[in-house]
Design a protein around this ligand. Structure first.
Ligand SMILES: NC(=O)c1ccc[n+]([C@@H]2O[C@H](COP(=O)([O-])OP(=O)(O)OC[C@H]3O[C@@H](n4cnc5c(N)ncnc54)[C@H](OP(=O)(O)O)[C@@H]3O)[C@@H](O)[C@H]2O)c1
Length: 446
């Protein structure tokens, strides 16, 4: 947000985007938490949360009273603002609306949120961020301001943008956000070297603990699609489904699309992931040359599409074309589960945005499969690295999640250390119990 000067009310500050009050940050954080309740169920829309607050009525602790909350779930259609107004019968005269994203001012699947806000009699609107959709940007804010509503924009803007990374990327770059996920050994290997073998003998190798696998399934649940190269299908025969106990709130999320990059249509129909909910992306020439394979995969429930291969490389699909095709289907958050070749090429092309790595306490030696095959790093100055790292202990494993960067490496302290690495361990040195995973189905892991 632009630099601020202080108004005559010492608890508020005036910015070019409106007067920010002392409690605005707190309520925006609460609206962001509310938004998370829709995670995995809003695509192709963003997650959005809203709060209706009575700034004239305070709770005992002196904080203004929250009257209602709402979040967006695509299937239930209502945008977060309308969902928050519903318990109040659509009426909230003189009240304040906190909303993580600019209210819409166009008619799509639903009516205009600006209409609902004006009809409710809301007098102040605090927005986290403008809508990055070029067809919407600023329209909602302008209409509310023109109607005399006090609108503040940009409260916790960076956090609101980060919450909808996939949506922002899709709107501004026409491709989804890519999160690389892998389990690896202490020496950076994702599997031991293995000879080619029939699919019937393929089996996942579990490098990480049960606690780590629960987290991995949650990552799947919060993604629109899970992407793998055909090499992983042939080696591991994964299901790529979300398998969490019903009690896990992430289990509510919709089923992510399974996507296989398969230039030459090598995916066998006996593969576990062959069936409805799977998209096989083949090379355009293979699609034309192997109609019987295409037909057979379609008969088994898969969708098959063709994209061009990368220039001069008939074994590799053009990644930008693949990602643009996924974006056009409304996919905004992709979890890429490997393997080595696909991870390496995504990083080399600058198309990997984040990484989630489960580091297991074992070594696989220099003949093991590397995390990023084919990536050449001639100097430290061009080495990809992770910033804003979150570190978590999951059983015996370390979980690291961060944003992928290129350019001068600037090591820093992790943003957030969760669990026993420091605080809880020092608070209770005798407690060495790892976090207990919830039970997940183990059959056909992967
Ligand atoms: N520990 C973990 O978390 C983890 C996770 C997954 C996999 N793995 C391991 O990784 C290994 C498999 O890795 P891999 O490198 O052999 O295979 P991969 O990366 O899964 O698949 C690579 C293949 O995908 C196809 N492909 C099409 N377009 C591509 C593109 N633009 N970029 C990259 N690939 C493209 C190519 O085959 P076509 O030419 O036939 O299309 C390519 O050879 C296995 O050992 C598996 O166990 C480990």
């Amino acid at each position: 947000m632009a630099s601020a000067v202080f108004s005559s009310d010492p608890s508020s500050r005036v910015t070019p985007e409106g007067v920010v009050r002392a409690h605005d940050e707190r309520f925006m954080a609460e609206a962001r938490r509310e938004a998370e309740r829709g995670r995995g169920r809003t695509s192709p829309n963003p997650v959005v949360g809203a709060l209706i607050v009575d700034e004239d009525a305070c709770e005992e602790d002196g904080v203004p009273r929250v009257l209602s909350r709402g979040h967006h779930i695509l299937a239930e259609r209502d945008h977060a603002e309308v969902a928050a107004l519903r318990p109040l019968g659509g009426r909230a005269p003189g009240k304040t609306l906190y909303v993580t994203l600019e209210p819409c001012n166009h008619v799509g699947r639903t009516g205009r949120c600006t209409d609902a806000i004006l009809a409710a009699g809301i007098t102040r609107v605090v927005c986290g961020m403008r809508d990055p959709n070029p067809h919407v940007q600023g329209g909602g804010i302008a209409r509310l301001r023109a109607a005399g509503i006090a609108v503040v924009v940009g409260v916790q803007e960076a956090a609101c943008q980060a919450q909808n990374r996939g949506f922002v990327r899709a709107m501004t770059e026409g491709r989804p956000q890519i999160l690389l996920k892998a389990a690896l050994s202490l020496d950076g290997r994702i599997a031991p070297l293995r000879a080619e073998r029939p699919l019937a003998e393929a089996a996942p190798i579990w490098l990480s603990s049960a606690a780590a696998r629960v987290m991995a399934h949650r990552l799947r649940a919060s993604s629109d699609a899970i992407l793998v190269g055909v090499g992983t299908v042939l080696a591991d025969d994964p299901q790529l489904t979300v398998r969490l106990p019903a009690s896990d709130s992430a289990a509510l999320a919709s089923r992510p699309l399974r996507v296989v990059l398969d230039s030459h249509l090598r995916t066998p129909h006996s593969a576990k992931l062959v069936g409805p909910g799977t998209l096989i992306v083949a090379g355009s020439s293979a699609l034309a040359a192997k109609p019987e394979r295409v037909e057979s995969l379609r008969r088994h429930g898969c969708e098959v599409i063709g994209v061009d291969t990368a220039t001069g490389e008939e074994d590799f699909l053009d990644l930008r074309s693949v990602l643009s095709a996924l974006c056009q289907r409304g996919i905004q958050d992709v979890l890429c589960e490997g393997g080595a070749t696909l991870h390496g090429r995504l990083v080399a092309a600058g198309l990997a945005d984040e990484a989630a790595l489960f580091v297991a306490p074992l070594f696989l030696g220099d003949r093991g499969v590397p995390l990023l095959a084919g990536l050449s790093v001639p100097t430290l100055s061009v080495a990809p690295w992770l910033s804003d790292v979150e570190v978590q202990r999951l059983g015996p494993d370390l979980f690291l999640r961060g944003t992928l960067r290129r350019g001068p490496y600037r090591p820093s302290e992790p943003e957030r250390i969760v669990d026993a690495l420091s605080l809880s361990r020092s608070a209770n040195p005798s407690d060495t119990t790892p976090p207990q995973p919830s039970r997940i189905e183990r059959k056909g892991e992967g």
